[in-house]
Design a protein around this ligand. Structure first.
Ligand SMILES: Cc1cc2nc3c(=O)[nH]c(=O)nc-3n(C[C@H](O)[C@H](O)[C@H](O)COP(=O)(O)O)c2cc1C
Length: 234
């Protein structure tokens, strides 16, 4: 065996040892989730869990993984921010011309995943995604920080495109920062507010002895509150 191969093996073993030593950092005792006390519909429970994640000091509890799939059925996912969750659905903003925007245009079915480590919780939300109109999209952007506006202006029509050089990005951001300062009401033409209307929402609560609780809500007009609730094996 050459020295390089030996080093590669040591490195691979050290890497596996790190993985085996890792634990999910819970904040004290895990909360107890009694699915019998869960509300008829998922939105109030989602809002409560998000607020509790924020209160337990979970970093970025409003960030989520958004999975989309193009017409060729290949999935892709990325992190985006949750802007709201209300009776219309789960709101997020991005560029219509980005990879995810193009995939959503081809196939509006998408899925969101939240992981709130400190409370040992995961929430999955899936359904159809619709675009809000230009007015609502512009209002969403206006309600965000000047830095977010500058990033949206710089990325308009470009997000997910191949970048020639990092300097090109720096120049585009410089111009976008200046414009955002001059014109706080500027609109980024491709920036779009999307709303995922859920047909399925699943709540997962870890339990110390791995008897985790999974509660799935599925839309069903014949059920109380319009949702069927079922427990799932973890
Ligand atoms: C913490 C975090 C939050 C993000 N929030 C957003 C967001 O709200 N909107 C967005 O378009 N991209 C956001 N991004 C960038 C996306 O993850 C992604 O890189 C980008 O949107 C391009 O994705 P796409 O090529 O799949 O369309 C965020 C990234 C991170 C790490």
């Amino acid at each position: 065996m050459s020295d390089d191969q030996g080093n590669d093996q040591n490195e691979a073993e050290a890497f596996r040892a790190v993985l085996r030593g890792l634990r999910v950092p819970h904040a004290g005792d895990l909360p107890v989730f009694d699915p019998d006390t869960a509300p008829d519909a998922p939105l109030p429970l989602f809002r409560r869990w998000l607020r509790e994640a924020a209160e337990t000091g979970e970093p970025g509890p409003h960030t989520m993984t958004l999975a989309t799939a193009a017409a060729d059925r290949r999935p892709s996912q990325r992190t985006v921010m949750l802007h709201d969750a209300d009776e219309h659905g789960w709101h997020f903003g991005t560029h219509r011309t980005s990879r995810k925007g193009r995939e959503l245009a081809e196939n509006p079915h998408a899925s969101l995943a939240f992981h709130w480590m400190r409370a040992g919780r995961q929430v999955r939300v899936s359904g159809r995604v619709g675009e809000a109109g230009p007015e609502e999209s512009a209002a969403d952007l206006r309600g965000r920080s000047p830095a977010a506006l500058a990033a949206a202006l710089a990325g308009s029509g470009r997000q997910s495109e191949v970048l020639g050089s990092y300097e090109e990005l720096l120049r585009a951001f410089e111009a976008a920062y200046e414009r955002a300062e001059r014109e706080p009401d500027a609109t980024a033409p491709t920036w779009t507010l999307y709303v995922l209307e859920a047909d399925e929402v699943e709540f997962y609560q870890e339990e110390a002895r791995r008897r985790h609780v999974r509660l799935r809500y599925r839309r069903d007009p014949s059920e109380r509150g319009g949702w069927r609730r079922e427990l799932l094996w973890p």
